[in-house]
Design a protein around this ligand. Structure first.
Ligand code: ZN
Length: 340
Protein backbone atom coordinates (compact mmCIF):
# COMPACT_ATOMS: atom_id res chain seq x y z
CA UNK A 1 0.00 0.00 0.00
CA UNK A 2 2.73 2.44 1.10
CA UNK A 3 4.88 1.20 -1.76
CA UNK A 4 2.09 1.95 -4.26
CA UNK A 5 1.51 5.39 -2.73
CA UNK A 6 5.22 6.24 -2.99
CA UNK A 7 5.25 5.01 -6.57
CA UNK A 8 2.24 7.13 -7.42
CA UNK A 9 3.86 10.25 -5.85
CA UNK A 10 7.07 9.52 -7.77
CA UNK A 11 5.13 9.11 -11.05
CA UNK A 12 3.36 12.46 -10.51
CA UNK A 13 6.74 14.15 -10.23
CA UNK A 14 8.38 12.10 -12.98
CA UNK A 15 5.76 12.84 -15.65
CA UNK A 16 6.63 16.56 -15.49
CA UNK A 17 10.32 16.02 -16.30
CA UNK A 18 11.25 17.56 -19.65
CA UNK A 19 11.26 14.95 -22.39
CA UNK A 20 14.80 15.67 -23.63
CA UNK A 21 16.28 15.39 -20.12
CA UNK A 22 14.55 12.11 -19.48
CA UNK A 23 15.74 10.53 -22.72
CA UNK A 24 19.33 11.59 -22.03
CA UNK A 25 19.27 10.25 -18.48
CA UNK A 26 17.74 6.87 -19.38
CA UNK A 27 19.39 5.72 -22.60
CA UNK A 28 18.41 2.39 -24.23
CA UNK A 29 20.19 0.47 -26.99
CA UNK A 30 17.06 0.52 -29.15
CA UNK A 31 13.64 1.99 -28.39
CA UNK A 32 11.19 -0.52 -29.78
CA UNK A 33 7.43 -0.08 -29.34
CA UNK A 34 4.94 -2.63 -30.65
CA UNK A 35 1.39 -2.08 -31.80
CA UNK A 36 -1.26 -4.53 -33.00
CA UNK A 37 -3.74 -2.46 -34.96
CA UNK A 38 -5.41 0.93 -35.01
CA UNK A 39 -9.17 1.39 -35.01
CA UNK A 40 -11.73 4.08 -34.32
CA UNK A 41 -14.40 1.42 -33.65
CA UNK A 42 -14.93 -1.28 -31.07
CA UNK A 43 -14.00 -4.50 -32.84
CA UNK A 44 -15.67 -7.56 -31.23
CA UNK A 45 -12.56 -9.76 -31.69
CA UNK A 46 -10.37 -7.16 -29.96
CA UNK A 47 -12.46 -5.07 -27.59
CA UNK A 48 -12.19 -7.37 -24.55
CA UNK A 49 -8.43 -7.71 -24.97
CA UNK A 50 -7.12 -4.13 -25.19
CA UNK A 51 -8.02 -0.72 -26.54
CA UNK A 52 -6.32 -0.03 -29.89
CA UNK A 53 -5.06 3.46 -30.59
CA UNK A 54 -7.25 5.50 -32.92
CA UNK A 55 -6.18 6.80 -36.31
CA UNK A 56 -5.74 10.33 -34.92
CA UNK A 57 -3.74 9.04 -31.94
CA UNK A 58 -1.52 6.98 -34.26
CA UNK A 59 -0.85 10.04 -36.44
CA UNK A 60 0.15 12.00 -33.36
CA UNK A 61 2.35 9.09 -32.27
CA UNK A 62 4.19 9.20 -35.60
CA UNK A 63 4.61 13.00 -35.43
CA UNK A 64 6.12 12.60 -31.95
CA UNK A 65 8.38 9.78 -33.13
CA UNK A 66 9.86 11.73 -36.04
CA UNK A 67 10.32 14.80 -33.85
CA UNK A 68 12.26 13.05 -31.07
CA UNK A 69 13.69 9.85 -32.59
CA UNK A 70 15.51 8.47 -35.59
CA UNK A 71 13.40 5.66 -37.10
CA UNK A 72 15.54 2.72 -38.18
CA UNK A 73 14.88 -0.51 -40.07
CA UNK A 74 15.66 -4.13 -39.19
CA UNK A 75 18.53 -3.88 -41.65
CA UNK A 76 19.98 -0.88 -39.77
CA UNK A 77 19.76 -2.81 -36.51
CA UNK A 78 21.39 -5.89 -38.04
CA UNK A 79 24.14 -3.79 -39.66
CA UNK A 80 24.93 -2.17 -36.32
CA UNK A 81 25.50 -5.64 -34.83
CA UNK A 82 27.64 -7.08 -37.60
CA UNK A 83 29.70 -3.88 -37.95
CA UNK A 84 30.01 -3.47 -34.14
CA UNK A 85 28.82 0.12 -34.48
CA UNK A 86 26.13 0.89 -31.88
CA UNK A 87 22.98 2.65 -33.00
CA UNK A 88 22.53 6.25 -31.87
CA UNK A 89 20.56 6.74 -28.64
CA UNK A 90 17.72 8.25 -30.64
CA UNK A 91 17.08 5.08 -32.66
CA UNK A 92 13.58 3.68 -32.72
CA UNK A 93 12.20 0.62 -34.49
CA UNK A 94 8.43 0.51 -35.00
CA UNK A 95 6.96 -3.00 -34.93
CA UNK A 96 3.41 -4.28 -35.43
CA UNK A 97 2.30 -7.76 -34.37
CA UNK A 98 -0.21 -10.45 -35.38
CA UNK A 99 -0.89 -9.37 -38.99
CA UNK A 100 -4.35 -7.82 -38.62
CA UNK A 101 -5.83 -6.41 -41.82
CA UNK A 102 -5.76 -2.90 -40.29
CA UNK A 103 -1.97 -3.07 -40.77
CA UNK A 104 -2.54 -2.90 -44.51
CA UNK A 105 -5.64 -0.67 -44.47
CA UNK A 106 -4.53 2.03 -42.01
CA UNK A 107 -1.12 1.55 -40.41
CA UNK A 108 1.05 1.15 -43.52
CA UNK A 109 -0.46 4.19 -45.36
CA UNK A 110 0.20 6.39 -42.30
CA UNK A 111 3.76 5.11 -41.90
CA UNK A 112 4.39 5.61 -45.63
CA UNK A 113 3.08 9.18 -45.45
CA UNK A 114 5.64 10.03 -42.77
CA UNK A 115 8.39 7.94 -44.40
CA UNK A 116 8.81 5.76 -41.30
CA UNK A 117 10.11 2.18 -41.70
CA UNK A 118 8.43 -0.61 -39.74
CA UNK A 119 8.40 -4.37 -39.28
CA UNK A 120 5.21 -6.41 -39.44
CA UNK A 121 5.50 -9.59 -37.38
CA UNK A 122 3.19 -12.27 -38.78
CA UNK A 123 1.70 -15.32 -37.10
CA UNK A 124 1.82 -17.76 -39.96
CA UNK A 125 -1.39 -19.68 -39.15
CA UNK A 126 -3.42 -16.42 -39.19
CA UNK A 127 -2.09 -15.29 -42.57
CA UNK A 128 -4.74 -15.49 -45.33
CA UNK A 129 -7.38 -15.98 -42.61
CA UNK A 130 -6.54 -19.66 -42.29
CA UNK A 131 -7.34 -19.79 -38.57
CA UNK A 132 -8.57 -17.58 -35.78
CA UNK A 133 -6.35 -16.57 -32.83
CA UNK A 134 -7.57 -18.04 -29.51
CA UNK A 135 -7.56 -14.56 -27.92
CA UNK A 136 -9.76 -13.23 -30.74
CA UNK A 137 -12.10 -16.18 -30.10
CA UNK A 138 -12.24 -15.31 -26.41
CA UNK A 139 -13.10 -11.68 -27.15
CA UNK A 140 -15.82 -12.72 -29.61
CA UNK A 141 -17.35 -15.05 -27.01
CA UNK A 142 -17.36 -12.25 -24.41
CA UNK A 143 -19.09 -10.00 -26.89
CA UNK A 144 -21.80 -12.66 -27.48
CA UNK A 145 -22.15 -13.38 -23.74
CA UNK A 146 -22.69 -9.65 -23.16
CA UNK A 147 -25.47 -9.41 -25.74
CA UNK A 148 -27.21 -12.77 -25.89
CA UNK A 149 -29.88 -13.91 -23.44
CA UNK A 150 -28.83 -17.42 -22.47
CA UNK A 151 -31.08 -20.21 -21.26
CA UNK A 152 -30.50 -21.77 -17.83
CA UNK A 153 -29.21 -25.06 -19.36
CA UNK A 154 -26.78 -23.05 -21.54
CA UNK A 155 -25.48 -21.13 -18.50
CA UNK A 156 -25.12 -24.33 -16.55
CA UNK A 157 -23.17 -26.05 -19.37
CA UNK A 158 -20.89 -23.03 -19.76
CA UNK A 159 -20.18 -22.94 -16.02
CA UNK A 160 -19.31 -26.64 -16.13
CA UNK A 161 -17.00 -26.12 -19.09
CA UNK A 162 -15.33 -23.18 -17.38
CA UNK A 163 -15.19 -25.05 -14.09
CA UNK A 164 -16.79 -22.19 -12.15
CA UNK A 165 -19.60 -22.28 -9.61
CA UNK A 166 -20.66 -18.65 -9.87
CA UNK A 167 -22.69 -17.96 -13.04
CA UNK A 168 -22.07 -14.16 -12.84
CA UNK A 169 -21.40 -12.73 -16.28
CA UNK A 170 -18.14 -11.02 -15.24
CA UNK A 171 -16.78 -14.27 -13.82
CA UNK A 172 -17.67 -16.13 -17.02
CA UNK A 173 -16.00 -13.51 -19.22
CA UNK A 174 -12.81 -13.29 -17.16
CA UNK A 175 -12.49 -17.10 -17.18
CA UNK A 176 -13.08 -17.21 -20.94
CA UNK A 177 -10.31 -14.62 -21.43
CA UNK A 178 -7.87 -16.49 -19.22
CA UNK A 179 -8.59 -19.79 -21.01
CA UNK A 180 -7.44 -18.29 -24.30
CA UNK A 181 -3.87 -18.81 -23.08
CA UNK A 182 -4.37 -22.37 -21.93
CA UNK A 183 -7.25 -24.33 -23.43
CA UNK A 184 -8.69 -23.27 -26.75
CA UNK A 185 -10.84 -26.42 -26.95
CA UNK A 186 -13.09 -25.08 -24.16
CA UNK A 187 -13.65 -21.90 -26.18
CA UNK A 188 -14.71 -24.02 -29.17
CA UNK A 189 -17.15 -25.97 -26.98
CA UNK A 190 -18.67 -22.77 -25.54
CA UNK A 191 -19.13 -21.43 -29.08
CA UNK A 192 -21.11 -24.58 -29.88
CA UNK A 193 -23.26 -24.18 -26.77
CA UNK A 194 -24.19 -20.58 -27.65
CA UNK A 195 -24.49 -21.39 -31.35
CA UNK A 196 -21.64 -19.10 -32.47
CA UNK A 197 -19.61 -19.97 -35.56
CA UNK A 198 -15.95 -18.83 -35.52
CA UNK A 199 -15.39 -19.97 -39.12
CA UNK A 200 -18.26 -17.81 -40.29
CA UNK A 201 -16.68 -14.78 -38.57
CA UNK A 202 -13.30 -15.60 -40.14
CA UNK A 203 -14.81 -15.93 -43.63
CA UNK A 204 -17.03 -12.86 -43.45
CA UNK A 205 -14.77 -10.44 -41.56
CA UNK A 206 -11.34 -11.57 -42.82
CA UNK A 207 -9.62 -10.02 -39.78
CA UNK A 208 -6.04 -10.78 -40.91
CA UNK A 209 -3.91 -9.78 -43.90
CA UNK A 210 -3.69 -11.89 -47.02
CA UNK A 211 -0.37 -12.88 -48.64
CA UNK A 212 -1.07 -10.35 -51.41
CA UNK A 213 -1.39 -7.57 -48.85
CA UNK A 214 1.90 -8.59 -47.25
CA UNK A 215 3.56 -8.68 -50.70
CA UNK A 216 2.33 -5.15 -51.23
CA UNK A 217 3.76 -3.99 -47.88
CA UNK A 218 7.14 -5.48 -48.84
CA UNK A 219 7.01 -3.72 -52.24
CA UNK A 220 6.39 -0.47 -50.35
CA UNK A 221 9.66 -1.05 -48.45
CA UNK A 222 8.32 -2.43 -45.16
CA UNK A 223 9.94 -5.46 -43.54
CA UNK A 224 8.31 -8.64 -42.23
CA UNK A 225 9.28 -11.11 -39.55
CA UNK A 226 7.79 -14.17 -37.89
CA UNK A 227 5.60 -14.08 -34.80
CA UNK A 228 5.41 -17.88 -34.35
CA UNK A 229 3.25 -20.45 -36.09
CA UNK A 230 0.23 -20.42 -33.76
CA UNK A 231 0.78 -17.64 -31.18
CA UNK A 232 0.93 -20.00 -28.19
CA UNK A 233 2.29 -18.80 -24.87
CA UNK A 234 5.90 -20.01 -24.75
CA UNK A 235 5.74 -20.48 -20.99
CA UNK A 236 3.44 -23.47 -21.50
CA UNK A 237 5.52 -25.14 -24.26
CA UNK A 238 8.25 -27.74 -24.07
CA UNK A 239 11.67 -26.87 -25.47
CA UNK A 240 10.92 -28.92 -28.63
CA UNK A 241 7.60 -27.10 -29.12
CA UNK A 242 9.25 -23.70 -28.71
CA UNK A 243 11.91 -24.56 -31.27
CA UNK A 244 9.22 -25.87 -33.62
CA UNK A 245 7.11 -22.67 -33.29
CA UNK A 246 10.18 -20.58 -34.18
CA UNK A 247 11.71 -22.74 -36.91
CA UNK A 248 8.50 -23.59 -38.75
CA UNK A 249 7.28 -19.98 -38.85
CA UNK A 250 10.72 -18.75 -39.97
CA UNK A 251 10.87 -21.37 -42.76
CA UNK A 252 7.35 -20.51 -43.90
CA UNK A 253 8.15 -16.81 -44.04
CA UNK A 254 11.43 -17.35 -45.84
CA UNK A 255 9.78 -19.50 -48.50
CA UNK A 256 6.89 -17.11 -49.02
CA UNK A 257 8.41 -13.64 -48.64
CA UNK A 258 12.24 -14.10 -48.55
CA UNK A 259 12.90 -11.33 -46.02
CA UNK A 260 16.46 -9.97 -46.19
CA UNK A 261 16.81 -9.98 -42.39
CA UNK A 262 15.48 -13.03 -40.58
CA UNK A 263 13.64 -11.80 -37.50
CA UNK A 264 11.37 -13.35 -34.90
CA UNK A 265 9.17 -11.62 -32.30
CA UNK A 266 7.90 -13.79 -29.46
CA UNK A 267 4.15 -14.02 -28.98
CA UNK A 268 3.52 -12.51 -25.52
CA UNK A 269 7.12 -12.94 -24.41
CA UNK A 270 10.27 -15.04 -24.43
CA UNK A 271 9.45 -16.43 -20.96
CA UNK A 272 11.54 -19.44 -20.09
CA UNK A 273 13.78 -19.12 -23.19
CA UNK A 274 17.28 -19.96 -21.99
CA UNK A 275 20.52 -18.66 -23.53
CA UNK A 276 21.02 -22.27 -24.56
CA UNK A 277 17.92 -22.32 -26.81
CA UNK A 278 18.91 -18.96 -28.31
CA UNK A 279 22.28 -20.49 -29.14
CA UNK A 280 20.58 -23.41 -30.94
CA UNK A 281 18.49 -21.05 -33.06
CA UNK A 282 21.13 -18.51 -34.02
CA UNK A 283 21.57 -19.96 -37.51
CA UNK A 284 17.81 -19.64 -38.22
CA UNK A 285 17.25 -16.11 -36.92
CA UNK A 286 19.29 -12.87 -37.22
CA UNK A 287 17.34 -10.84 -34.67
CA UNK A 288 14.96 -11.78 -31.85
CA UNK A 289 12.44 -9.48 -30.19
CA UNK A 290 11.10 -10.14 -26.70
CA UNK A 291 8.90 -7.85 -24.62
CA UNK A 292 10.41 -6.77 -21.32
CA UNK A 293 9.95 -3.06 -22.02
CA UNK A 294 12.87 -0.62 -22.06
CA UNK A 295 15.67 -2.93 -21.07
CA UNK A 296 18.91 -4.03 -22.75
CA UNK A 297 19.52 -7.74 -23.21
CA UNK A 298 22.91 -9.37 -22.57
CA UNK A 299 22.54 -11.30 -25.86
CA UNK A 300 23.48 -8.80 -28.62
CA UNK A 301 20.90 -10.08 -31.14
CA UNK A 302 17.96 -9.97 -28.68
CA UNK A 303 15.98 -6.74 -28.21
CA UNK A 304 13.08 -5.92 -25.93
CA UNK A 305 9.92 -4.10 -26.91
CA UNK A 306 7.12 -2.31 -25.07
CA UNK A 307 3.40 -2.57 -25.69
CA UNK A 308 1.81 0.64 -26.96
CA UNK A 309 -1.76 -0.42 -26.16
CA UNK A 310 -0.89 -1.06 -22.50
CA UNK A 311 -1.60 2.56 -21.54
CA UNK A 312 -4.10 5.00 -23.00
CA UNK A 313 -3.53 8.66 -23.84
CA UNK A 314 -0.93 10.90 -25.37
CA UNK A 315 2.19 9.11 -26.64
CA UNK A 316 4.54 11.22 -24.52
CA UNK A 317 2.73 10.03 -21.39
CA UNK A 318 2.70 6.42 -22.66
CA UNK A 319 6.45 6.56 -23.35
CA UNK A 320 7.08 8.25 -20.00
CA UNK A 321 5.28 5.36 -18.25
CA UNK A 322 7.85 2.93 -19.64
CA UNK A 323 10.78 5.26 -18.90
CA UNK A 324 9.39 5.61 -15.38
CA UNK A 325 9.38 1.83 -14.91
CA UNK A 326 12.96 1.80 -16.19
CA UNK A 327 13.98 4.43 -13.65
CA UNK A 328 12.34 2.43 -10.82
CA UNK A 329 14.22 -0.70 -11.93
CA UNK A 330 17.46 1.31 -12.08
CA UNK A 331 16.94 2.66 -8.54
CA UNK A 332 16.36 -0.90 -7.32
CA UNK A 333 19.46 -2.13 -9.15
CA UNK A 334 17.31 -4.38 -11.35
CA UNK A 335 17.53 -2.71 -14.75
CA UNK A 336 19.06 -5.71 -16.50
CA UNK A 337 17.55 -8.80 -18.05
CA UNK A 338 18.17 -12.06 -16.22
CA UNK A 339 17.66 -15.17 -18.29
CA UNK A 340 17.11 -18.73 -16.96
ZN1 ZN B 1 1.03 -11.25 -30.84
Amino acid sequence: MLKNLNKSIAWNAFKHIAWGTLKRRLPVKLVCPFYHLISDDDLPHIQYLYKPRTLIQFRKDLQFIIKYYKPVSLKDVHNSIISHKPLSNDSILITIDDGYRECYDFIAPELAWYGIPAVFFLTTSFLDNKSLFSRNKASLLCSVLDKKVLTIPQISTICNLLDIKNPALDQMKSTVLSLAFKDESVLNKIAEVIDYNFDHFLRMQQPYMTSQMVDSLIRQGFEVGAHSASHKKFLFLTEEEKIHEIQSSMEFLEKKFSPEIKSFAFPFDDESMSSNIYGKLKSNVDLFFAAHDLIDDPIPFVFHRFWMEKYAGDIQIVFKRFYFEKMIRKLRGKDFYKRP
